[in-house]
Ligand binder design. Structure first.
Ligand code: 5MM
Length: 337
C-alpha cells in the first residue's frame, strides 16, 4: 500500500473546497430517474447524461472526484476520450462503485446487507488499470423503533471493512458509506442514537481489519429527522447534532468526510453543510458527495433533450459552486436567487 498516494488522492477529492459528484446510479436506478423526465434509458442516453456533468466547463473548480458506475467507467466523451482520462486531465479523480447492492439479510426481516466481496480483489485491480483511484461501497441501514438489529450493523460494518482493506491493498481510496436511511417517521434523536452505534461499529471493524484511517474518506448521513416525522428538527439542530455525533466517533486521522444527501432537497443539503463548516473547529475536511442534491435540477432541466444540454450544465455548475462555498462555510441562502 502506498499511503502517501492514498492521502494525496483523498485530499484531491475533498480538499481545497472541493467535493464529490455521486454519478454511480446502477442501471435500474438511473432508469427510475429517467422515467421521471420521460426519457428512455439506453446506453447512449446514460452516456450523454453523464457527459453533460463531466464536460461542464469549470466544474473542476468545485468537484474533486466523480463516482462512476461500471458502465460509465468504460464509456467515452462524444469526441472519443475515455471518461476516466477526461476527468483525470481536469484534475478530477475518477472513482468506481464496487458494491453489487444491498440484498435482504437472511433471517432478519426488513434488513439488508451489502454484497460484492467475491472477486473484489481482481475487480479492483482491473478498475485501477482503467484509471479509478477511489471506490465506493454503500451499506444501507433501515431505521424504526426496533431496527436496526445489532447483527445487521455488525454484518454491514464487517463487509465495509473487508472492502476497505482490499481497496487500500490495491492503492485505491475506499469511500466508506454507512447510510442510515432518512425514510420513516423517526425523530432526530433516534437517528443520532442509531448513527452513533453504526459509526462506532464501523470504526471498530476498520481497526480490526488493519485499515489505515489516513487513507479513507467517510461518507455518512447527516443526523436528521425522518422524512415523515412530525415537527422535523431545524437546520441548526441538524448541524449541531451531526457534528456532535461525528466528533464522538470519527478519529481525527480520517482526512475527509463527504456527506450523502439521502433525500434532502438540494438547498437543505447545501445549507446543512454550510452551517457545520461555519461552526469551525472541525478536524476533517467536511465536504459533500451528493447524488440527488447535485443532479435533481440539471436532470429536470435537461429532460433528455439536446436543446437543454447547456442549461443543464449551468444548473449543475450552480449547485456545485454553492456546495463548494458551503464546504468553506461561505454560502448564503440569497445566493440561490
Ligand atoms: C448515486 O446514487 C447511488 C445509488 O445508486 P444505486 O442505488 O443505484 O446503487 C448512491 O449510493 C449515492 O452514491 C449515495 O446514496 C449518495 O447519493 P444521495 O442522492 O443520497 O446524495
Amino acid at each position: 500500500m502506498n499511503l502517501d498516494a492514498l492521502k494525496a488522492t483523498a485530499m484531491t477529492m475533498v480538499g481545497d473546497g472541493k467535493g464529490i459528484l455521486a454519478a454511480d446510479e446502477s442501471t435500474p436506478t438511473i432508469g427510475k430517474r429517467f422515467e421521471t423526465i420521460n426519457t428512455e434509458s439506453t446506453e447512449e442516453s446514460r452516456r450523454r447524461y453523464r457527459e453533460m456533468f463531466f464536460t461542464s466547463e469549470g466544474a473542476n473548480n468545485y468537484i474533486g472526484g466523480v463516482i462512476l458506475f461500471d458502465e460509465t467507467l468504460r464509456q467515452s466523451t462524444s469526441d472519443g476520450m475515455p471518461f476516466p482520462k477526461f476527468l483525470d486531465d481536469l484534475g478530477i479523480v475518477p472513482g468506481i462503485k464496487v458494491d453489487t447492492g444491498a440484498k435482504p439479510l437472511a433471517g432478519h426481516n426488513g434488513e439488508t446487507v451489502t454484497e460484492g466481496l467475491d472477486g473484489l480483489r481482481d475487480r479492483l485491480a482491473e478498475y485501477y488499470s482503467l484509471g479509478a483511484r477511489f471506490a465506493k461501497w454503500r451499506a444501507v441501514i433501515n431505521i424504526d423503533d426496533v431496527l436496526p438489529s445489532d447483527f445487521c450493523i455488525k454484518a454491514n460494518a464487517h463487509a465495509l471493512a473487508r472492502y476497505s482493506a482490499l481497496c487500500q491493498e490495491q492503492n485505491i481510496v475506499p469511500i466508506v458509506e454507512p447510510e442510515v436511511l432518512m425514510d420513516g417517521g423517526h425523530s432526530i434523536e433516534r437517528c443520532e442514537e442509531v448513527t452513533n452505534k453504526v459509526l462506532k461499529t464501523v470504526f471498530k471493524e476498520l481497526q480490526e481489519h488493519a485499515v489505515n484511517l489516513e487513507g479513507i474518506v467517510l461518507k455518512p448521513n447527516m443526523i436528521i429527522s425522518g422524512a415523515k416525522a412530525n415537527n422535523r428538527a431545524n437546520s441548526n439542530t441538524v448541524a449541531e447534532a451531526t457534528i456532535r455525533c461525528l466528533k464522538e466517533n470519527v478519529p481525527e486521522s480520517v482526512p475527509g468526510i463527504a456527506f450523502l444527501s439521502g433525500g434532502q432537497s438540494s438547498e437543505e443539503a447545501t445549507e446543512h453543510l454550510d452551517l457545520m463548516n461555519k461552526m469551525g473547529d472541525i478536524p476533517w475536511e467536511l465536504s459533500f458527495s451528493y447524488g440527488r442534491a447535485l443532479q435533481a435540477s440539471p436532470l429536470n432541466i435537461w429532460s433528455g433533450s439536446e436543446d437543454n444540454f447547456s442549461a443543464g450544465q449551468q444548473a449543475f455548475l450552480k449547485r456545485a459552486k454553492l456546495n463548494s462555498l458551503a464546504h468553506a462555510g461561505e454560502y448564503q441562502k440569497e445566493m440561490e436567487d
